[in-house]
Unconditional design. Structure first.
Length: 85
């Protein structure tokens, strides 16, 4: 699925800003997305309610691995997609 980069917003997590896109009404969520020239693969999903206890640490760990995350919201979950390092 290709996502127009102009649809990206940001999600603030413990002082860090993460690229974010709302696909709440999408019919399905693919395992791979493309934003501009960058390809992303699905990594994990986290329920939105209570995400503050898990998501900031997960994003920090991904960035420490050299990956660039993007968050996709759909229904009651955040889906984390990452680029290869």
């Amino acid at each position: 699925m290709e996502i127009d980069p102009t649809r990206l917003g940001t999600l603030e997590l413990d002082g860090a800003w993460i690229p974010y896109v709302d696909l709440y009404d999408a019919e399905f969520l693919p395992t791979r997305i493309k934003v501009g020239a960058d390809d992303y693969a699905f990594r994990q999903s986290i329920i939105i309610k209570g995400h503050g206890a898990v998501l900031p640490q997960a994003i920090s760990a991904l960035r420490a691995e050299g990956k660039r995350p993007v968050i996709v919201e759909r229904s009651d979950r955040y889906y984390v997609f990452v680029t290869p390092p």
